[in-house]
Design a binder for this molecule. Structure first.
Ligand code: AMP
Ligand code: ZN
Length: 511
């Protein structure tokens, strides 16, 4: 374990606090998963990327993390309150499929996107429809304890029973009245405006496909109960960190706290980690707004998913992030430059093999394991200068431990490349940092270079020039400016440089 204190902004205390887990060295972490009625957009994925960085930061330092995520496949209505259409039903209707087919299809799609972005698939991923018995049990206890009531055949949580219902959200009753946005049909069963549904019966959505027997009649759960129960099922009654996007703070996470703490009779989760939104120039990226971007749409435009991840890492998770293609192009050029710089590290084939072993990098580059391996903290890989390695490993950890400051961590990466040490130590540090950054830097470091076969050492000024041109050409191609792209190719050819487009990117050689 590295001797590094982790400080996190805690939405509960509304300030940066030192992180102390319930059990020394161990972290229980819960993440609100996707509602699987559509593809995840790159805004949703910003949240999952930054949560992944938090998880990996803790692992990097040496914590033993257990991460749990739900999959919402029932009960999430189009308003996060209890109004509007059921999102899953709307998805099924849109595609003329059953709810379960929709859920399966979009859960798989989410996993594919997450893996493309090198997001480590959580240790436990549990769909809501798999946990109905747990929901019923928790609701029964809440009724027994007087925190819930039955009205109009639904079960509601009675928020007036709590002294501090708004502890997380800093909302108040007045704001809630103003905030009652798209409430088309105000629910007259509710005793208090903020009350929310724990269990719906047939009184809502006659066409609801998925229904279960319950003590209150045939029905289905509300959205909020699933996270309280799935967290309890896999992480017990004391949770260290709960994550989500800022839009989850109210009502979803506020309601989770209400349910869990009323059920357990004590404080439940100590740290609340919320990622701010990805916006477009016209506002928050949202599925309901239509025209949202996915990983596939970026790929179709020629962007490597790693460039999107790198884009997210450049800014702090608590700030809103504005997406634009110009900004993404800048990051793409920086990424290409970084990869080119890493390719120039002078690491012999033998040393590469040693590094592969130290970092458990499999040549098959198995997608499922992408971003899964984490080295032991403080263990120096074979061939690296130990004092330099340990110094930078700690600096990198400290940058991230300062409320997940990813852009500072990236600065440490560039500092390593400028440092006065040998290339094997640099390569080892980059591989170690990439266990958290997860932007496929290993591809650049461990690739077998054609040039090395001939033992030819490439003049680094020339390499920088050519790689700059290749990045310019890639940007031109993305802008569909093929004339400029071709002109760059010709310009290089005149100088005796032949470029080739491959799956791994553009390579070049002297003719
Ligand atoms: P959903 O699938 O709608 O339940 O959302 C999945 C996750 O994405 C939740 O944690 C949301 O808070 C988060 N989220 C939704 N919209 C955005 C956005 N524009 N930027 C970042 N995160 C978002
Ligand atoms: Zn949740």
């Amino acid at each position: 374990m590295l001797d590094v204190k982790v400080n996190l902004y805690n939405t509960l205390g509304k300030r940066v606090e030192e992180f102390k887990p319930n059990e020394e060295g161990k972290v229980g972490m819960y993440t609100c998963g996707p509602t699987v009625y559509h593809f995840a957009h790159i805004g949703n994925l910003r949240t999952y990327i930054m949560e992944d960085v938090l998880e990996k930061t803790l692992r990097f330092i040496g914590y033993d993390v257990k991460r749990v995520m739900n999959i919402t496949d029932v009960g999430h209505l189009s308003s996060d309150g209890d109004t509007g259409e059921d999102k899953m039903l709307a998805g099924a209707k849109r595609e003329h499929k059953s709810v379960m087919d929709i859920a399966k299809f979009y859960t798989d799609a989410f996993k594919t996107d997450a893996l493309k972005l090198n997001i480590r698939w959580p240790d436990v991923v549990d769909p809501a429809t798999n946990c109905i018995d747990e929901f019923i049990e928790m609701i029964e206890v809440l009724l027994d304890k007087g925190y819930a009531y039955v009205a109009g055949e639904n079960v509601y949580f009675d928020t007036s029973k709590l002294k501090d219902y708004y502890c997380l959200s800093a909302q108040n009753e007045d704001e809630l009245v103003i905030g009652a946005r798209d409430d088309v049909d105000e629910d007259t069963n509710k005793r208090n405006k903020a009350d929310f549904v724990l269990w719906f019966t047939k009184s809502k959505f006659e066409n609801q496909e998925l229904k279960w027997e319950s003590p209150w009649g045939l029905g289905y759960p509300g959205w909020h109960i699933e996270c309280s129960c799935i967290s309890k099922k896999h992480l017990g009654e004391y949770l260290d960190i709960h994550c989500g996007g800022v839009d989850n703070i109210f009502p979803h996470h506020t309601n989770e706290i209400a349910q869990s703490e009323s059920y357990f009779g004590h404080k439940w989760c100590n740290y609340w980690f919320h990622v701010n939104h990805l916006n477009t120039s016209s506002g928050k990226m949202a599925k309901s707004a239509g025209g949202f971007l996915t990983v596939s749409s970026l790929e179709e435009k020629g962007y490597d998913p790693m460039v999107y991840r790198f884009f997210c890492l450049q800014s702090h998770y608590r700030k809103p992030l504005e997406f634009s293609y110009d900004a993404l192009d800048n990051v793409s050029a920086a990424y290409d430059k970084l990869i080119a710089r890493l390719k120039r590290l002078d690491v012999s084939e033998d040393k590469k093999d040693e590094l592969k072993k130290s970092f458990k990098i499999d040549s098959s580059d198995d997608m499922e394991n992408s971003g899964r391996h984490m080295s032991e903290a403080g263990k120096v890989p074979a061939g690296a200068d130990s004092s330099v390695y340990l110094d930078y490993e700690k600096r990198f950890a400290e940058a991230l431990a300062g409320d997940v400051n990813t852009s500072s961590a990236i600065t440490v990466l560039y500092d390593v490349l400028k440092a006065d040490t040998d290339d094997v130590t640099k390569a080892a540090l980059v591989l170690r940092f990439d266990e958290v950054l997860s932007i496929d830097l290993k591809r650049a470091i461990l690739a077998v270079e054609d040039e090395s076969d001939e033992g030819e050492s490439v003049d680094s000024e020339l390499a920088e020039y050519v790689e700059g041109k290749i990045a310019e050409r890639a940007a031109a191609k993305r802008n569909k400016d093929f004339a400029t792209a071709d002109a760059i190719r010709d310009e290089l050819a005149e100088k005796g440089i032949v470029i080739k487009d491959t799956r791994e990117g553009t390579t070049w050689e002297k003719a």
